[in-house]
Design a protein around this ligand. Structure first.
Ligand SMILES: [Cu+2]
Length: 150
């Protein structure tokens, strides 16, 4: 036991160091719910088991986009827009509380065969992530939205 405990502490410490030094930037301007009369672009997204098609989208800063998301798979899927830190947090929540209800503005939940719209206004330039946070989907079912400078 004497040797195991310090190793666990070391792993935890390294995990945090990695998270803060690399990918999971918390201060991402993900944008906000958009208004239908401001929509300048429609983007079709298809969910299959388990990926998004396409998985990379380019938009322009400030732009309001109507995403039309179709679940073409045989399983329930979600699309959640956020920073990678937000998405990982949501995926963790889905694992620990699989039956909880979610009604965030940046989330769409789709049963198989269903199509839904999400109108979203992007903020400043950067990279916004999206994913299906459901257990077993999250690692592969991800995409990136590149918000380009105007
Ligand atoms: Cu999914």
């Amino acid at each position: 036991m004497d040797k195991i405990i310090p190793l666990v502490i070391l792993v935890l410490f390294c995990g945090r160091g990695y998270a803060s030094a690399y990918a999971d930037t918390v201060n991402v301007d993900i944008g906000q719910t958009g208004r239908a009369d401001n929509v300048v672009r429609e983007i079709k997204l298809t969910q299959v088991d388990n990926m998004f098609l396409p998985a990379q989208i380019n938009v322009t800063e400030g732009e309001t986009v109507r995403f039309t998301i179709k679940n073409g798979g045989n399983h329930k899927h979600e699309m959640l827009i956020g920073s990678m830190a937000d998405l990982k947090k949501a995926a963790g929540m889905r694992r620990t509380h699989p039956d909880s209800e979610h009604a965030e503005a940046n989330l769409v939940q789709l049963e198989p065969g269903v199509r839904k719209d999400l109108i979203w206004q992007f903020g400043g330039p950067g990279v916004v992530d999206f994913a299906c946070p459901l257990p077993g989907h999250f690692k592969k079912m991800r995409g990136k939205i590149i918000v380009e400078k105007k």
